[in-house]
Design a protein around this ligand. Structure first.
Ligand code: AMP
Length: 546
């Protein structure tokens, strides 16, 4: 017998319509690419998204077409987030931090018909435009006064484009399984792969993220997503904040510590989200300037492992509660969040922070398991480490337009490529990417554990651990360190500090110092670059350079 409930599709425009009706005056504040702070409301975004929807249809955009963006976090990008899927097209957010060739590959692979870009990316697009096979026109996300001189063909001005259309638009009743968003990940080997999100996946993810075990934000919050809207939907925050009518603050192109701090204070931000590198920048700024947060209550950190020292400094030093989360582009993207259980609340600070070092706890909607090399499920005892598999309604079932299938099992599990432990409460700890794990004498050494341990030393600003080949052990760990400002810490001192925290055989064989650690386009330590640079170990490399 079927239930007798109305069959309403879960569609993205319903989010902005709800916000416009019930939180119409709530502000969306953006640091614009043109410079000034821009203010508008949910009501404005809803009306402008409808004009944009009409404009897109005027340009000939049809359901299923891919419309690309190369843009920072801001209100126009938010309008695209609603208008493009709203007409049944697919909002393809492209990461501008990738290399030119990767961007060309991604846009051609997606077959994007139009490209919406911020002013900052005009030179980039001018460089690559001759190689873009499917793009019919370029829309610069600015007004007429700021339109640059450019030889780009079929160039349009965003404000003029939507200015030519009215806000009479009835969002069509699409199928909730229709594609709504597309985001490529370069996390795996080979060419970038596209995660194609459906309306349904995004809405279900948004419901979960709105809960206490998700972001836990509400209309009482002022939320600042620093994680880019071109990286895994900014962890879903634009959708979530809209669902609950939170005030939103978008930092635009300025994501250095000083600029973020200024915006947090000026706009009285209560919740902010970003990768550890962003928080490192903010904490460094606070340390140098002696400033403190006066309104920030909660920090969401993910994308890479959050070091213990960062949790401690934010919580004990600045009174900001940290939630550590884990996810992937392929997971819409959140898979686990580190909201503590009732039984952990009374723990002493140290033990509570131990819990927060985990990547978080399984949430309803995402199933997790760990398996060995043969695919046998491993114990959930917090000790056994294996390949982490996931499944659920907001996890990819295949890559867009790709034959790659080795990460998808027949019974519906997706292999994350992460190596992790799980405990009986569902707390998950990533010990490595499967390709970054250090295999010494047949045993695994967690590069993340070595990095986090080293970063507990006050003289260490950032650390990256990689495997270097070894004739006897196969591989041995090498630690690459950036010293904290003003620190003169030496290799021996770091190793002595680590000695009682890691097993003797896991201690790095070498510590080398660099001015900067290379990061990928999504803010993770680029182990690939480090491995290339230190292919023969630190000493050999230093010899080579002198
Ligand atoms: P992306 O698709 O770019 O978001 O990258 C996803 C990958 O980032 C995951 O498979 C993990 O390897 C890594 N990652 C994300 N969050 C965390 C975290 N909290 N700790 C450690 N690694 C993380």
């Amino acid at each position: 017998m079927r239930g007798l409930m109305q069959d309403w599709p879960l569609l993205i425009p319903s989010l902005i319509e709800h916000a416009a009706r019930y939180h119409g005056d709530e502000e969306i504040v953006s640091r614009s690419v043109e410079g000034p702070i821009h203010r508008c409301t949910y009501r404005d975004v809803s009306l402008r998204a409808k004009r944009l929807a009409n404009a897109l249809q005027g340009l000939g955009a049809r359901p299923g077409d891919r419309i690309a963006t190369l843009a920072w976090n801001g209100y126009r990008h938010l309008e695209l987030y609603f208008a493009v899927p709203g007409i049944g097209a697919v909002c393809h957010t492209v990461n501008p931090r990738l290399f030119d060739e990767q961007i060309v590959f991604i846009i051609n692979h997606a077959g994007d018909r139009y490209l919406f870009l911020d002013l900052s990316f005009v030179p980039l697009v001018e460089r690559i435009a001759p190689k873009l096979a499917s793009v019919e026109g370029y829309v610069i996300m600015t007004d007429r006064d700021h339109m640059p001189e450019s030889a780009l063909a079929n160039l349009l001005c965003y404000e003029e484009l939507i200015g030519g259309h009215n806000a009479d638009h009835e969002w069509p009743k699409l199928d909730e399984r229709d594609a709504a968003g597309l985001c490529y990940t370069s996390g795996t080997t080979g060419d970038p792969k596209g995660a194609l999100y459906s309306h349904r996946a995004i809405l279900l993810h948004t419901f979960f993220q709105c809960s206490t075990y998700g972001l836990g934000i509400s209309n009482r919050d002022t939320a600042m997503p620093v994680v880019p809207m071109f990286h895994a939907n900014s962890w879903g925050i634009p959708h979530v904040a809209t669902m609950c009518g939170a005030r939103q603050i978008y930092p635009g192109p300025k994501v250095d510590g000083a600029s973020l701090y200024e915006l947090i204070e000026a706009e009285r931000v209560t919740f902010a989200a970003g990768v550890p590198t962003v928080w490192l920048g903010l904490l460094e700024f606070l340390k140098q300037s002696g400033n403190r947060f006066t309104t920030l209550e909660r920090a969401l950190i993910g994308g890479s492992a959050t070091p213990r020292s960062m949790i401690e400094t934010l919580e004990a030093g600045y009174g900001v509660e940290v939630t550590h989360a884990w996810g992937m582009t392929e997971m819409t993207p959140v898979g686990t969040t580190g909201i503590l259980k009732k039984k952990h609340l009374g723990l002493p600070d140290e033990a509570r922070r131990d819990k927060k070092l985990h990547q978080g706890r399984a949430v309803y909607g995402v199933e997790l398991k760990i398996v060995d090399e043969e695919g046998n499920e491993l114990a959930r005892d917090g000790k056994a480490a294996g390949r982490l598999l996931v499944r659920g309604p907001w996890i990819v079932s295949a890559y867009y337009n790709s034959d790659e299938n080795e990460r998808f099992s027949r019974d519906g599990w997706f292999d994350t490529g992460d190596v992790a432990t799980l405990d009986e409460d569902g707390y998950m700890t990533i010990t490595d990417r499967s390709k970054d794990v250090i295999k010494s004498g047949g045993e695994w050494i967690s590069s993340i554990f070595l990095e986090n341990t080293a970063m507990g030393h006050p003289g260490v600003a950032e650390a990256g651990a990689i495997a270097v080949p070894h004739p006897k052990w196969g591989e041995r760990p090498l630690l690459v360190v950036v010293r904290a400002k003003g620190s003169k810490v030496g290799a021996q001192e770091i190793l002595d500090y680590m000695r009682d925290k890691v097993a003797k055989w896991q201690l790095p064989d070498e510590v080398v110092f660099v001015d900067e650690i290379p990061h990928t386009a999504t803010g993770k330590i680029s182990k690939k670059t480090l491995r290339e640079r230190f292919a023969e170990g630190g000493r050999a490399c230093a010899r080579g350079r002198t």
